[in-house]
Design a protein around this ligand. Structure first.
Ligand code: CUA
Length: 357
């Protein structure tokens, strides 16, 4: 990771080393000059101070030279900055949401959400970075490309990068949160995977199909079924639930957020199908919003994860009839409509064309 593998990284490192070099030169130069002056003009040799008045040549020199040096350092920094701010037209857009303490990535065209970033190599990628309004400032940092941008509540910032062949080989690369954001700041990391265009299209198609496949009741009722396990409910919980309900489901991180460690006073019932309904519709009059943007499988998986936070064995997770009722109510047993047309190849063509060189 130390060696610069991209143009961004080269520019950033160049600016860094130029500035460091110039500073080292002056640090050493000034320190030795001072020591020399102490020796040469010390009290022993010059018991009486002599006064000097004005020296135009010297004054011009020490104004002009530092000005040139500062301008040079600015230019070195600006080169990389300009490259980073100029997003090539037609870059592929991905929405990034940072929250305490997880990342999620939303691909608007395919309408899928992931907790790790997958991007095609050879295509510029533009990230639209944000944080929910009730969260804190985070910072998206991809060290391999030396790109970093703050995620600020209520704002959409952006950055872009582009990987190539060698990044497919080197994948995945780490992504960090570079802004101290609370207890688990240090664990707020994820990865970016670079795929060939074909693999990316295949990956996306699989994700989409996966997201909308019909619910099978036996799998939905079984927390150890692969469908439930592979939904990555722990990540979803970390992304969507922790900030209000707490890591262990103890609740109360915001006012009114219930504890999942108790069976008392559920507004809707605590069973899996009941939680599914709550996740789908939210709870009116509370801060619990709808998570219908998650796939039905993800909502079941999330409900099972929440159920798992209760430590007793007397939890009513729902009877088969309850699952049947909900599946029927939301017509979950048929392939669900994919909300937006999915033109993956078109998208990639579009993404590739305008990028220059
Ligand atoms: Cu998010 Cu540090």
């Amino acid at each position: 990771m130390f060696l610069a593998s991209t143009e961004f990284a080269q520019k950033t490192d160049e600016a860094f080393w130029w500035i460091t070099g110039i500073m080292m030169f002056f640090l050493v130069g000034i320190t030795f000059t001072m020591i020399y002056f102490v020796w040469k003009y010390g009290r022993k040799k010059h018991p009486k101070a002599s006064q000097i008045h004005g020296n135009t040549k010297l004054e011009i020199t020490w104004i002009v030279i530092p000005t040139l040096i500062v301008l040079f350092m600015f230019w070195k920094g600006y080169e990389g900055f300009a490259l980073m701010r100029r997003v090539p037209p037609g870059a592929m857009e991905i929405e990034v949401e940072a929250r305490q303490w997880a990342w999620s990535f939303h691909y608007p065209k395919a309408d899928i959400t992931t907790t790790e970033l997958y991007v095609p190599a050879g295509v510029p990628v533009k990230l639209l970075l944000t944080t929910p309004i009730d969260d804190v400032i985070h910072s998206f940092y991809l060290p391999e490309f030396r790109v970093k941008e703050d995620c600020v509540p209520g704002m959409v910032n952006h950055l872009w990068f582009q990987g190539d062949e060698k990044h497919i080989e080197g994948s995945p690369y780490p992504i960090f949160c570079a802004e101290y954001c609370g207890t688990d700041h240090s664990r707020m990391y994820t990865s970016v995977h670079f795929l060939s265009k074909e693999d990316f299209a295949a990956w996306m198609e699989k994700e989409v199909a996966q997201r909308y496949r019909p619910i099978e009741i036996d799998a939905a009722m079984d927390p150890s079924s692969p469908d439930i396990v592979e939904s990555g409910a722990a990540d979803l919980y970390a992304t969507y639930c922790v900030s209000c309900h707490g890591k262990g489901g103890e609740g109360g991180m915001v006012e009114g957020a219930r504890s999942f460690q108790s069976l008392a006073d559920w507004k809707r019932g605590p069973s899996i199908p009941d939680m599914f309904v709550t996740l789908t519709e939210g709870l009116e009059g509370t801060q619990m919003r709808s998570f219908a943007n998650l796939s039905a499988w993800d909502r079941f998986a999330l409900a099972w994860h929440v159920a798992g936070l209760y430590e007793g064995t007397d939890r009513p997770n729902g009877e088969r009839a309850d699952f049947e009722r909900v599946i029927k109510q939301y017509e979950l047993d048929v392939q669900q409509d994919i909300p937006r047309p999915l033109d993956i190849e078109g998208t990639i063509e579009e993404m590739v064309e305008p990028a220059d060189g």
